[in-house]
Design a protein around this ligand. Structure first.
Ligand code: HEM
Length: 400
């Protein structure tokens, strides 16, 4: 029987349910995939995706990073992730100061404390990894760093969830998505005004005090909208992603108990496990760009003026780049190819060190909390979101 027609629909139920099957077909049958109905391109092979991530002069981020945004040309807020150089360079060098290895290391105790707090409250007989643990703790870390008062930290997570949620078939923003985004923007805007009056030892206060060069070379301060935009992005980029990675990690280890045992026997393998999780079940599926010119890539040409999906999650499972690419193996040789799970090139993840640290601390504590466990596979529930994959619910029973 002939295979069904190859169609990649980023908001289809079967794509949400299992993105990896369609990636394999796209890599093999249509590496420079063109969708005539929606008029976009998608890259799935490692060589093409990595080349496109590097070539920021051809693949612009300034129109946004999902299909709805890139098509409308309207980005929801001024934010580093939606900038091209030189604006991007100025903003990135400013923000890099807040994410130095030292600054991240200084968060280690906070992360450990929060991880322990949520696990201490969890019920081993009825534990939902996402709802009870990997959902609440990362947002707490990043909003604390930003300077959000305690009462609003979990609210930030609910706004992000609502703003990213997509129904099958929905490409553009719904009113609900928009409202959550606006509510969170308004909240942060108010917080910025408050911190101008009353600076604290937090990231928002430091951004208020910072200066960046403008076009004529003179220095200027960031305005309230820019700071609120960055704070909104941080909530999404810095919380949702770790939530998904840790939730998916538990599912993958339930399917590979020998590798969980390897970690129980030797905790020094945890950082390797985090890298392999980022490769194998990294939450970010793709980032969309806009092609500014015709571009030659290893597998063919992408024409100018089109939305282009750079599908990092597919590239990370490309057998042309990794041996046994579809196999989860925490001991694999990581020098074979660039892992694209945290992006690549000028927009590569600003919070990479924090993401790795949070994930490693979470795994270390989960090994103590549930050395032996079972996942209720029937109770798994996937998220339906724009460009991130993972689970809403991962029910687990800790075994004695
Ligand atoms: C497992 C967790 C994470 C994953 C998988 C992840 C993944 C990514 C990816 C793929 C990009 C590239 C976006 C693009 O090229 O358009 C990115 C950018 C970014 N990430 Fe992360 N991220 C994670 C955690 C974090 C954390 C904890 C923070 C913040 C504290 C953060 C902040 C950012 C920011 C600000 C950018 C934009 C950088 C730029 O445009 O220059 N991320 N991330």
């Amino acid at each position: 029987m002939a295979a069904p027609e190859l169609r990649f629909d980023p908001v289809a139920q079967d794509y949400f349910d299992n993105p990896y099957e369609i990636y394999r077909r796209m890599r093999d049958e249509a590496p420079i995939y063109y969708d005539a109905e929606q008029d976009f391109y998608a890259l799935t092979r490692h060589a093409d995706v990595a080349a496109a991530f590097k070539d920021y002069e051809s693949f612009s981020s300034a129109r946004g990073c999902d299909l709805g945004m890139v098509r409308s040309g309207e980005v929801p807020q001024k934010s580093i992730i939606f900038m091209d150089p030189p604006d991007h360079r100025h903003m990135r060098s400013l923000l890099n100061k807040a994410f130095t290895p030292r600054a991240i290391q200084s968060q280690r105790d906070t992360v450990t404390e929060l991880v322990e707090h949520y696990l201490a409250k969890a019920d081993p007989n009825n534990f939902d990894v996402v709802q009870d643990f990997s959902g609440p703790f990362p947002v707490e870390v990043i909003t604390r760093m930003a300077g959000v008062p305690e009462d609003f930290r979990q609210q930030v997570r609910h706004w992000i969830d609502t703003s990213l949620q997509r129904e099958p078939g929905q490409i553009s923003w719904s009113e609900e998505n928009m409202k959550a985004n606006i509510d969170s923007g308004v909240y942060y805007y108010g917080l910025v005004l408050e911190r101008r009056e009353n600076p604290q030892d937090d990231m928002i206060s430091r951004l208020i005090a910072a200066e960046i060069p403008c076009e004529n070379g003179e220095m200027r301060k960031l305005d309230d909208v820019e700071i609120a935009g960055f704070a909104t992005l941080l909530g999404g980029a810095g919380a949702e992603t770790v939530t998904k990675l840790v939730g998916s990690a538990v599912v993958v280890f339930a399917e590979h108990p020998d590798q969980w045992q390897m970690l129980l026997d030797d905790r020094s393998k945890i950082p390797d496990a985090v890298e392999e999780l980022l490769r194998y079940v990294g939450p970010v599926q793709y980032n969309v760009r806009y092609s500014l010119r015709d571009v030659e890539l290893p597998s063919g040409t992408v024409p100018a003026n089109k939305p282009v999906f750079l599908m990092g999650a597919s590239a990370n499972r490309d057998p042309r780049a990794f041996d046994d690419a579809e196999t989860f193996d925490i001991t694999r040789d990581r020098s074979q190819a660039q892992n694209l799970g945290l992006g690549y090139g000028i927009h590569s993840c600003l919070g990479a060190a924090l993401a790795r640290m949070e994930s490693a601390i979470a795994l270390d504590h989960l090994l103590d909390f549930m050395p032996r466990f079972e996942v209720d596979f029937d109770g798994l529930e996937r998220v339906h979101m724009q460009n991130v994959a993972g689970f809403h619910h991962v029910p687990v029973k800790v075994l004695r």
